[in-house]
Write a protein that binds this ligand. Structure first.
Ligand code: URA
Length: 499
């Protein structure tokens, strides 16, 4: 959008609607200052009206020199107070501004107007405008998440030059600029382009360039010729500036390209570069679009389609941050099922349960208890790694009951498939999932077998707890509790087979 000052103040021309939040904000501030009520403000082509075509002089210049005005025939209220908008509301307005709706600017102005005129309820989901605002913000955030998860970059042959990676996406809302920031952080110095039907962003390793639509569609990803977008890119790209860094980064590239999962998105490249293995998604994760299905919604809509494959699961938010879902493994019809908490950092990357330090300790428990790992079925209560960043590390975070409940769906499927006679719950999360109760505590069940749905359930410590216990004697004691629990599991099995 042109600055308001550039737009003729005559009634004939149709200047465009604000093309971004900053312009809207500037115009809205001026309208507020001039006391123009929402119903008297036209918001350009997108609303079929014209923000800047009002009677000359109806509004004062705003802080930035823009001079929006009311419609000539519309009444204006007395000049409004200088708006002091709380940060939280401004953030919501900014997010909602990315929501594609023909009346978005008018709607945002109405919210702003109401708030500045004392109607603070407008920020509440209980208010009709507030509910719409919250819904817009949620949809925009979901779209951002989906773009983070679903964008698949294609690596171009080295001889094709820059950009090295290209992706095509069709976002539902105008989230490309903020999504670009996310990929700058993820992709490091590599050059890339994300094209959408409405706009494109190009990262040359140092600077982000915004452009209009440069590709006709996903088919153009295959096009190695002189497509429009490449021409444009070459015109702005300065290889001399980034070549050295690109050369330095060839090791991580070799690393990820040689992985058997060749389709891993370049997020892993950047993670390797940063030494931070985070937020990568293998190609199989997130192919199916769609929103997280909260448990409450599922209860309200029992007929709603449920995921049939673990890697399609959106039953809670955890899928967004994990590399992949980690299912159980082992003897398909083992009479003993061992349930842990959730995959850890190494399991998340490997796609297998208990392959990291906790798994090694568990192997020692198995050895002492005389259990052959191959004969049992090993799984977790929660199938996605939940973590928080700590420097360059991903630190385990305990899943909450809502997540445990969401993932119980998968444990139930495993139980129906494997049909164990004895379940070993390792730690509180496993216990909560098996008992389907968030209030159960480890100390009440530790070492005490109980019957649940025809199965024996024996609770022991989680191996990570044993690893964490600082005191050697206590560590030894906790380890013994695990060993005894495993032995008891075998005893219970023998007993239930005799029954
Ligand atoms: N901890 C768990 O509970 N499960 C794993 O798979 C790894 C660590």
């Amino acid at each position: 959008m042109k600055p308001a000052a550039d737009v003729p103040a005559a009634t004939g021309g149709q200047p465009p609607a604000p093309d971004g939040f900053a312009e809207w904000r500037m115009a809205a501030r001026a309208l507020l200052k001039a006391g123009v009520p929402p119903e008297a403000a036209d918001w350009g082509r997108a609303d079929g009206g014209d923000l800047f075509s009002g009677a000359p002089g109806a509004a004062g210049a705003d802080d930035h020199g823009a001079a929006p005005s009311s419609s000539p025939s519309s009444p204006t209220a007395p000049p409004g107070p200088a708006a002091r908008i709380p940060r939280a509301l401004m953030d919501m307005l900014q997010s909602a501004a990315c929501f594609r709706a023909p009346d978005r600017w008018a709607f945002l102005y109405r919210v702003l107007w109401r708030w500045t005129h004392g109607e603070h309820d407008v920020q509440s989901p209980a208010d009709p405008d507030g509910a719409r605002l919250h819904g817009m913000v949620k949809a925009v955030r979901r779209e951002e998440h989906d773009m983070h998860a679903y964008i698949r970059f294609r690596e171009r042959p080295p001889e094709a030059g820059d950009p090295r990676f290209v992706a095509w996406f069709e976002p539902r809302h105008d989230v490309l600029p903020q999504v670009a920031e996310h990929f700058i952080a993820r992709m490091g110095k590599r050059s890339w382009m994300i094209a959408t039907p409405e706009a494109s962003v190009l990262w040359d390793g140092a600077t982000l360039h915004h452009a209009g639509p440069l590709m006709a569609g996903p088919a153009a990803l295959e096009d190695q010729g002189e497509a429009l977008w490449l021409t444009y890119y070459r015109s702005i790209f300065n290889p001399a500036r980034v070549n050295a860094q690109l050369m330095q980064s060839h090791i991580p590239s070799r690393f990820w390209k040689n992985l058997p999962e060749g389709a891993i998105v370049p997020s892993l490249v950047s993670q390797a570069e940063l030494g931070a293995r985070k937020i990568g998604q293998v190609a199989t994760v997130g192919r199916r679009g769609g929103a997280t299905i909260p448990i409450s919604a599922e209860a309200a809509q029992p007929e709603r389609e449920q995921p049939s494959r673990l890697d399609e699961c959106r039953r809670c938010e955890l899928w967004q941050y994990a590399t992949q879902a980690v299912g159980g493994e082992g003897e398909a019809h083992s009479p003993i099922m061992i349930v842990g908490e959730q995959p850890g950092d190494q399991e998340d990357l490997a796609g297998k349960p208990f392959v990291g330090p906790a798994g090694q300790l568990l192997d020692r428990v198995f050895a002492q208890a005389g259990v052959d790992r191959k004969t049992i079925y090993l799984t977790n209560a929660v199938k996605h790694f939940k973590w928080e960043p700590r420097g360059k590390r991903r630190l385990h975070k305990t899943p909450v009951q809502r997540e445990i409940e969401a993932c119980h769906y998968w444990l139930e499927k495993e139980l129906a498939e494997v049909r164990p006679k004895v379940i070993v719950a390792m730690g509180a999360t496993a216990l909560k999932s098996i008992m389907r109760k968030g209030t159960v505590t480890l100390k009440d069940f530790l070492g005490k077998p109980v019957r649940v749905d025809g199965c024996w359930v024996i609770t022991i410590y989680h191996p990570s707890y044993v690893l964490r216990v600082p005191d050697e004697a206590a560590k030894h004691e906790a380890f013994s509790v695990m060993v005894e629990g495993m032995k008891l599991a075998h005893g219970l099995l023998a007993q239930s087979e005799a029954d």
